[in-house]
Write a protein that binds this ligand. Structure first.
Ligand code: SME
Length: 189
């Protein structure tokens, strides 16, 4: 038997077993491993340019953040939620987003988003199940990245992105999203 044949036979068995498990358990699709070799890196430079061009002449934050959430959604692979929580009355409230319906209010210090606010720094969470107090809006989420946004020297809100894959977000994503956040801050200043 050739090695190629063996490999494809093995793959077929894995796919069959996984499908069988998904059907029997009723738990829904099991997240596949991300095949890093097949993945394109997100072009954060391009995203920044697109954001700037989409926001030209736009005044209302909500309009800017709405298009920004669509841009995040379209540009990052393997995510199931991308959007914003905005500070209102000392807590985070749901802003423009793409994905399934989400929790509407998050207190500062709670969950990944509230922790990003309290510590005023990016939270890169490889596995949300190990993050104390993680708020599960969508049970499909397995990893998450949250980046704080500022206006007038204060935390204005956060960018929040979820993925069904563990360890989806890398240092590249952290850097890229912090650059994206800085561009947004300039636009909404
Ligand atoms: N997981 C977040 C809550 C927001 S949802 O992911 C959209 C948290 O723990 O703060």
């Amino acid at each position: 038997m050739s090695t190629n044949f063996q490999a494809s036979a093995l793959r077929a068995i894995i796919v069959r077993k996984r499908t069988e498990y998904e059907r029997k358990s009723g738990a829904g699709p099991v997240p596949r491993e991300r095949d890093m070799e097949m993945k394109m890196k997100t072009d954060y430079g391009l995203m920044k340019m697109q954001l700037e061009s989409l926001s030209e002449g736009v005044e209302w934050d909500i309009t800017i953040l709405s298009n920004a959430s669509a841009l995040l959604w379209d540009s990052l692979e393997d995510i199931n939620w991308a959007g914003f929580y905005i500070m209102r009355n000392g807590r985070l409230e749901l802003g423009p987003f793409q994905g399934k319906t989400a929790c509407t209010v998050i207190e500062a210090g709670k969950g990944v988003c509230g922790t990003a606010v309290l510590e005023d720094r990016t939270q890169l969470v490889p596995d949300v199940h190990f993050f104390p107090g993680h708020i599960a809006c969508d049970s499909a989420s397995n990893s998450e990245i949250v980046v704080p946004l500022h206006r007038n020297g204060e935390v204005y809100g956060v960018i929040d992105i979820d993925s069904p894959f563990k360890e989806r977000f890398t240092e590249d994503d952290r850097q890229g999203l912090e650059t994206f956040a800085a561009a947004l801050e300039t636009i909404i200043a």
